[in-house]
Every structure is written in structure tokens, then in C-alpha cells.
Design a protein around this ligand. Structure first.
Ligand SMILES: *Cc1c(COP(=O)(O)O)cnc(C)c1O
Length: 221
């Protein structure tokens, strides 16, 4: 893992060099989905303590084993799993619809749980297997989330279609528009193992990296 971390840090530094950013400003979120507990422990030994998980059940199981770590949900969230997700995930990155927002607001209150949430965007209108909402729904989402003292909007998360480089720039512009409208500081979570350079150069604040850090995923979904 050490060698992969070295390569990754170098890729981040190179991308930052090309656009005049400070590598310290880029958060590297390791994605531990379908990686073993031992793999997570190894990452912890290298200084990581927040992890991205795609599947609610897998993330909950890991959090129960390692309650001292923070797990962020980066995979789709169904309404009926909203409560268990809020109990075990420090942040939910896949908030993408009003009914889910309303439910999370109510459940956060019920559990007295302070949580970070990211609004997952889909500006590209591809089949929404991966979720995400269009910009037209953002006003309603921000209004709903604004009613909660416990849920804090951290920014926007996106999984742009592979190879569509303009997608990162579109997200950067969207962030600017909504920072102005809401007056909130909003971060961008975008970029994965295969496209983190383009994401960083477009202004991403957090990259979510699985295979480039851990190697191939080993567990079945
Ligand atoms: C799996 C996954 C990642 C990490 O993907 P890699 O290509 O392994 O880096 C990042 N974000 C989301 C939403 C994912 O599902």
C-alpha cells in the first residue's frame, strides 16, 4: 500500500502543480468498499481515518468493528435504510431527492445526530443507476436542509460519466452559482482513481479513491 500511496500523492502533487493549487487543500477520501477489514486497518496505519463506503450494510458492519473510524456513505441510499445510515455514517454523500432530505432531517432530530451531507448531482441525464439530482431540484433541497440545525451541507458530490471532461467544469460553475445564491461555503467531491487529475484541475476539494489506493476490490458486493 505504501507504494500505491506514494504514486497517488505524486499524481495529486503533479495535478496541483499544473493548476497552482496546494496539495494540502485536496482531501483524499479512501474508498474501502469491498475491501477487507485488514485492508482498512492497513490504511489506518498509514494515517487515514475517514473512509467511503458504497453499501449501507457493509459500512455499518465495518463501523461496528471499528467505531473509532468515520465512514461516509457514497453509494445510493434507500428511504428504509436512512435511519441505520444516519446511526453509522458520519456523512451522507448521496442525498439526491427531496423526500430523502425530509426524512433525514426528521431522523437526525430523532437521533440527535449531527451529520454532514453532500448533495449528489447528476447534470448529465444518464440513466440514474448512480443517482444524483438535476439543478432544478436544488432550491427545494436547500430549503428543506435549511430547516435542520443538525444536518450541515458540505457541498456537492458527483460521479460524472467517464471520459466527459467538461463535466468537472460544469460542476465547478454550479458550485459558484450556488455559493452565491446560498451564501454557504460549498465543497466539491469528485474525481476517482481514473480521473482525479482532471477533477483536481477543475477545482475538486475531495477526491474519492478506491483501487489506486487499495488495489483491486476483493470482497463480493
Ligand atoms: C467505487 C467508488 C469510488 C472509487 O472508485 P475507484 O475507481 O476504485 O477509485 C469513488 N466514488 C464512488 C461513488 C464509488 O462508488
Amino acid at each position: 500500500m505504501l507504494e500505491r500511496i506514494r504514486v497517488l500523492r505524486d499524481r495529486i502533487a503533479q495535478a496541483c502543480g499544473r493548476c497552482g493549487r496546494d496539495p494540502a487543500d485536496i482531501e483524499l477520501l479512501p474508498v474501502s468498499k469491498r475491501q477487507s477489514l485488514d485492508a482498512v486497518r492497513e490504511a489506518v496505519a498509514h494515517g487515514f481515518h475517514s473512509f467511503g463506503e458504497n453499501y449501507v450494510q457493509e459500512g455499518v458492519a465495518k463501523h461496528l468493528e471499528m467505531p473509532e473510524l468515520k465512514f461516509n456513505l457514497i453509494g445510493p441510499l434507500q428511504r428504509n435504510k436512512a435511519k441505520v445510515a444516519l446511526m453509522h455514517f458520519a456523512e451522507i454523500q448521496t442525498l439526491d431527492r427531496l423526500d430523502l432530505a425530509a426524512r433525514l432531517v426528521r431522523l437526525a432530530e430523532e437521533l440527535s445526530a449531527e451529520r454532514g451531507v453532500w448533495i449528489q448531482m447528476n447534470l448529465w441525464d444518464e440513466p440514474t443507476k448512480t443517482g444524483g439530482c438535476p439543478e432544478s431540484e436544488l432550491s427545494a433541497l436547500f430549503s428543506e436542509l435549511g430547516t435542520s440545525a443538525l444536518l450541515k451541507v458540505r457541498g456537492f458530490m458527483a460521479i460524472p460519466p467517464p471520459g466527459q471532461e467538461s463535466a468537472f467544469t460544469e460542476m465547478a460553475l454550479l458550485r459558484e452559482r450556488w455559493q452565491q445564491k446560498t451564501g454557504l461555503p460549498l465543497l466539491l467531491s469528485m474525481g476517482m482513481s481514473g480521473d482525479l487529475e482532471q477533477a483536481i484541475e477543475a477545482g475538486s476539494d475531495q477526491i474519492r479513491v478506491g483501487t489506486a489506493l487499495f488495489g483491486e476490490r476483493t470482497l463480493q458486493p
